[in-house]
Write a protein that binds this ligand. Structure first.
Ligand SMILES: C[S@@+](CC[C@H](N)C(=O)[O-])C[C@H]1O[C@@H](n2cnc3c(N)ncnc32)[C@H](O)[C@@H]1O
Length: 402
């Protein structure tokens, strides 16, 4: 649906150009063009191989020039690629197809590092042709709050253009996923999603391999039973290896044979405002890219917890039920080291045995330990939530190593 992509992004870009005009107070298109060129240079710099390796990948999308640059150069093409690959996935995997059909009353999609909603838009276009859900929960999680307005506007335009498209909820939750503690909202969004997408996100955090693994592990552990991760990424670099290692460590199973290094050429035409921009910046949107594509499904906390218990003899059900955190033993949450460890001598001093089976924290911890996603978050205090989540991750890490 190349026309829809062009027309929706044209309206989104017009709105952003208006903002740039308001901010600068200068209406001349050639001046605005020079500002957009600066944005393009900044965005390109951030996603050069050199930057992806060194970690200088942050782009301030609060700067309207950078938003325009990203939307114009990359987002449109990413939408077209996501539409194509989602269609391919639906037509290739019966399992995936059946799930989409089953969840068609409300399909919940959560795009991690989703920016302006590029891949969300592509998936929605594909769904419209394949099996349109009655309603959609569309969530983006991103470090840049400034994408919020752009994302909401894009969905509103899309809703106006596609008949029968109905969003039950639109939400952009702002979070730096490198943060030690994630908000309750982030956890809820990931936990409730039927489809978690990561398009060209992992490459922006893979420079810190240890943290990247940790972020992915947290995402995969939060995902509910039966949900899918749709991964689309630059073909080069180490991102795919990291994601696939963490997926298998978290017990996710491959849904299709990963597609490594597929070349895409853009067939999007520039007209209207897009060709105006092109005239003033002297270059068009991205013409080709090579991506890798993989999809995993969370096949369940139950089987993983069984694996975990088998690997660790102290995980017999009796000792498990006696494990708890003595909250007074942690003077601060920072006492707990969250970094994934490589060694078998992992420090779990904060976890002790206790006979106090009535303690409420014991119950929460147990539930987290078996990675149940059914225990209602709202029943836990904030302290319990973060403590239990952190310690359970430590234990899980420990158990998968031994
Ligand atoms: C290359 S863009 C990809 C956007 C979109 N998925 C697409 O394919 O067009 C990477 C996105 O990840 C976000 N991002 C980078 N580091 C992040 C972090 N630590 N936490 C959350 N989001 C992050 C950026 O703000 C940006 O929107």
């Amino acid at each position: 649906m190349a026309n829809t992509i062009n027309s929706v992004y044209s309206l989104v870009l017009e709105r952003e150009l208006d903002k740039l005009h308001q901010e600068t107070g200068i209406a001349s298109l050639s001046y605005l063009g020079s500002q957009v060129s600066r944005g393009i240079a900044e965005v390109r710099r951030a996603y050069l191989v050199k930057s992806l390796r060194s970690g200088t990948t942050f782009v301030d999308y609060g700067d309207v020039r950078n938003r325009i640059a990203y939307l114009y150069k990359f987002a449109m093409f990413h939408t077209a690629i996501a539409e194509y690959l989602f269609t391919f996935l639906y037509n290739t995997s019966v399992l995936f197809q059946e799930t989409i059909i089953k969840r068609s009353s409300t399909l919940k999609i959560c795009s991690i590092g989703g920016g302006p909603g590029s891949e969300m838009f592509g998936i929605i276009l594909a769904l419209q042709k394949l099996f349109p859900p009655d309603t959609i929960h569309a969530t983006v999680i991103d470090i840049c709050e400034a994408w919020k307005e752009t994302f909401y506007f894009l969905l509103i335009v899309l809703e106006a253009q596609l008949k029968d498209l109905d969003f039950k909820r639109k939400s952009l939750v702002c979070e730096d996923l490198f943060n030690r503690v994630w908000s309750y909202e982030i956890e809820e969004e990931i936990t409730s999603a039927d489809i978690v997408t990561m398009m060209k996100f992992v490459s922006t955090i893979a420079w810190d391999e240890q943290m990247c693994e940790h972020v992915l592990m947290r995402i995969f552990q939060l995902m509910k039973f039966g949900s899918f991760v749709v991964y689309i990424e630059n073909a080069g670099g180490q991102s795919f290896n990291i994601v696939s290692k963490m997926a298998s460590r978290c017990g996710l199973r491959e849904v299709i044979q990963p597609v490594i290094g597929k070349r895409f050429k853009s067939s999007l035409k520039t007209f209207g405002i897009l060709s105006e921009i092109q005239r003033h910046v002297g270059s068009g949107p991205l013409k080709s890219t090579t991506v890798s594509f993989a999809v995993w499904q969370n096949i369940g906390s139950e089987s993983l917890s069984r694996q975990t218990q088998q690997r660790n003899p102290c995980y017999g059900s009796n000792s498990l039920s006696r494990m708890m955190i003595r909250q007074d033993s942690c003077s601060s949450l920072d006492d707990i080291d969250l970094r994934p460890q490589q060694s078998t001598s992992y420090n779990i001093n904060t976890i002790i045995n206790s006979d106090d089976e009535d303690d409420e924290s014991l119950e929460s911890l147990e539930v987290m330990l078996i990675r149940s996603t059914t225990y209602p978050m709202y029943k836990r205090s904030n302290f319990q939530k973060s403590l239990v989540e952190r310690v359970s991750q430590q234990i899980w890490q420990y158990c998968t190593i031994i």
